[in-house]
Ligand binder design. Structure first.
Ligand SMILES: [Zn+2]
Length: 342
């Protein structure tokens, strides 16, 4: 899909390699300076399953699994380059969004859903593949924010929040037309904004955070505690819960709505603090249908008191996978807006 008119200005020497690493899949793309995606590739993240014992009877160690995950990333990158018909040394730079937490800007990552990567030196390892090229690694929510601003729903606005609602709740910020990192690269963590001071404990150690109320696993857990159960043979996950809500299950509807309300309240709080123009919502659990979405909008409306907050435009991300890849590419293709010092 061609995109033109993007603000670039200070391009690298060639197209960017973009990488997006989530908990379950790895994606790579070759992206031109105008945002055009030349080619993409995907791989599942290899999982370490204790039942998978090698023929010699030895379980692979965590180091071995960590290398297997990186091997899948290397293969994915190789396929994207081959599909684009471009040699590795013609790549101008590498931008990568990765599930957190991470040390930024060092790019040392410990994605919650990739247990074999603990303090994994992702940026250094990518640099070995692309020596003497800029390699920038940031949180996946930040890549989404850059992508929505550069080439998505936030084009032309100055102040934007991107939110992902999935197994966790994350996000990223563009303020004053530039990606905003905060002190430690953690700006935009809307998942740990408190929306219920007496609310449930959160994995972060706090309580009443958006994530504690609105993540897929937390919502499913709450529904189960209230008596909801998936039909026989179905997993107790966000998809099943959303299907149950769509079919009219009262508990599923109520808990899904509570999740949406919490996200809406978090958006109102964010807009109050930051005077935002646009919030873009993505993530698998955010696609749970109108019960979630209507509750999100109602929750926002209930908590958006001031006129400048009420003016926030709330959008659904129309293609978050490709947008996040474009955003990662923008780290190196448009560094004056989306990059950061080494
Ligand atoms: Zn929290």
């Amino acid at each position: 899909m061609a995109r033109s008119g993007l603000a670039t200005g200070d391009l690298g020497a060639g197209p960017a390699l973009a990488v997006d690493i989530g908990g379950t899949k790895i994606a790579a793309a070759v992206v031109d300076a105008d945002g055009t995606i030349r080619a993409t590739a995907r791989r599942p993240v290899p999982a370490h399953r204790p039942s998978e014992v090698s023929p010699g009877g030895r379980e692979p160690g965590e180091d071995g699994v960590a290398e297997e995950v990186f091997g899948a990333l290397r293969d994915c990158v190789g396929e994207a380059l081959a599909s684009a018909g471009i040699a590795a040394d013609a790549i101008g730079g590498v931008g990568c969004g990765c599930a957190g937490p991470m040390q930024w800007p060092a790019g040392v990552v410990s994605p919650l859903n990739i247990p074999s990567w603990r303090a994994f030196p992702l940026r250094a390892r990518l640099r070995e593949l692309f020596p003497e090229r800029p390699v920038l690694v940031h949180n996946d929510g930040v890549a989404l924010a850059a992508g929505e601003h550069w080439a998505g729903a936030g084009r032309g606005v100055r102040n934007l929040l991107a939110v992902t609602v999935s197994t966790g709740v994350g996000g990223g910020l563009v303020l004053g037309d530039r990606l905003f990192h905060g002190t430690s690269g953690n700006a935009g963590h809307i998942g740990h904004l408190v929306v219920d001071v007496d609310g449930p404990d959160c994995p972060c150690g706090g309580r009443g955070c958006v994530e504690a109320l609105a993540s897929g696993p937390r919502t499913v857990h709450r529904a189960r505690a209230a008596g909801w159960a998936p039909a026989a043979g179905q997993p107790a996950d966000g998809h099943t819960l959303a299907a149950a809500a769509a079919a009219g299950d009262e508990i599923a509807c109520r808990e899904l709505a509570r999740a949406g309300t919490a996200v809406g309240a978090g958006l109102a709080a964010s807009a109050s603090l930051l005077d935002l123009e646009v919030a873009v919502v993505a993530g698998g659990f955010a696609q749970s249908g109108p019960i979630f979405w209507d509750a999100l909008l109602a929750g926002f409306g209930r908590h958006a008191g001031l006129a400048f907050v009420q003016r926030l435009r709330i959008e659904r991300s129309d293609d978050p996978g490709r947008i996040a890849l474009r955003g990662a590419a923008a780290f190196v293709l448009a560094p004056h807006r989306y990059g950061w010092p080494d």
